[in-house]
Design a protein around this ligand. Structure first.
Ligand SMILES: [Mg+2]
Length: 318
């Protein structure tokens, strides 16, 4: 590192300047102090580890910082919450310099500004791999957090946006070939995911019974929702919304899409949500199947053939 810790902290503080609302003591003291909101507190944390979640020469520091915040925002969104405050514990190696670190914080600041939350503190350490661990708080109206556990037999299953593009983007980046517009769109999905905060609140307002964000892959995350709800689901494969250049296995289990899977009480509700998401965000909503009283997932192919759908996706421990 080309700066001392105190010099680096001073520079970081400059990037993060401007306290958010209800911040009593901002970044720079032993701990931050905020005024509690009036709703239920939503808490989440997620670490991005070099070699496991990212390869440092294949993503810019700015994109990495932006993504570290966004993946946490996505988890708060999936509870129908609004993000409020972020903390970042950063482990740096000898190979990164102050410029890289400042870009990382610049990306985190950018994401915080986008999602109306504030980075109020953190910690710097030195280690063998770069690790960006973000803790995020959020707020939801009392009793209104939307869990994975409420899906009911007869509900329809919907998903926002498109699936598989982030996995396709990662695959395309590794090929390092000539890129067309769709390639670039897929890579953008991998490097700059979007958290569906407003979309989640529309789904909740229309009576969604359960919700989860797609961090590890549609089939894996939907199976988690079903398991938490004690139900099964039938998934119409032809209705899955494929992102740019996404292969069928990337649509089903690519991961890192950060779209929302939700269950809604009826097709009419899904139509109402679809109209509102299109109008407010220009984001599509696809009806991809229904909840049944069974166990596990069943794939329904375009020709009507059915077979068990084995959950596939990103598993950190496999
Ligand atoms: Mg999640």
């Amino acid at each position: 590192m080309d700066l001392t810790e105190d010099e680096l902290l001073t520079a970081i503080r400059r990037v993060l300047s401007g306290a958010g609302p209800e911040v009593v003591v901002p970044v720079g003291d032993d701990a931050a102090v905020v005024q509690p909101g009036s709703g239920d507190l939503v808490l989440t944390t997620d670490a991005m580890v070099e070699g496991s979640h990212f390869v440092r020469d294949m993503i810019t520091a700015r994109d990495l910082g932006h993504k570290a915040i966004t993946v946490n925002v996505s988890d708060v969104a999936a509870m129908a919450g609004s993000p409020r405050y972020a903390l970042c514990a950063l482990t740096l190696t000898d190979e990164v310099d102050a410029a890289w670190t400042m870009e990382l914080f610049g990306g985190m600041r950018e994401a915080c500004d986008e999602y109306a939350c504030t980075l109020i503190g953190g910690n710097l350490a030195r280690g063998r791999d770069v690790t960006v661990a973000v803790t995020l708080t959020g707020e939801v109206a009392p009793g209104r957090a939307l869990t994975r556990g409420g899906a009911l037999h007869g509900d329809v299953v919907v998903v926002t946006g498109t699936l598989g593009a982030a996995a396709a983007g990662w695959r395309i980046k590794q090929l390092r070939g000539r890129l067309d517009d769709e390639d670039l769109a897929a890579i953008r999905r991998a490097d700059r995911p979007v958290a569906r905060v407003g979309e989640a609140q529309v789904l909740a307002r229309h009576g969604a019974t359960a919700m989860i964000d797609v961090s590890d892959g549609l089939s894996l995350d939907l199976s988690r929702l079903c398991e938490a709800s004690g139900v099964g689901a039938r998934v119409r494969i032809a209705d899955l919304p494929a992102g740019p250049h996404a292969l069928p296995e990337e649509v089903l289990g690519g991961g890192e899409d950060y779209e929302l899977i939700a269950t809604l009480p009826s097709a009419e509700t899904a139509d109402a949500v679809r109209a509102e998401l299109d109008e407010a965000f220009g984001v599509p909503l696809s009806e991809i199947g229904e909840i049944d009283g069974g166990h596990g997932l069943v794939a329904v192919e375009a020709d009507g053939q059915e077979h068990p759908l084995t959950p596939a996706g990103w598993d950190h421990f496999r």
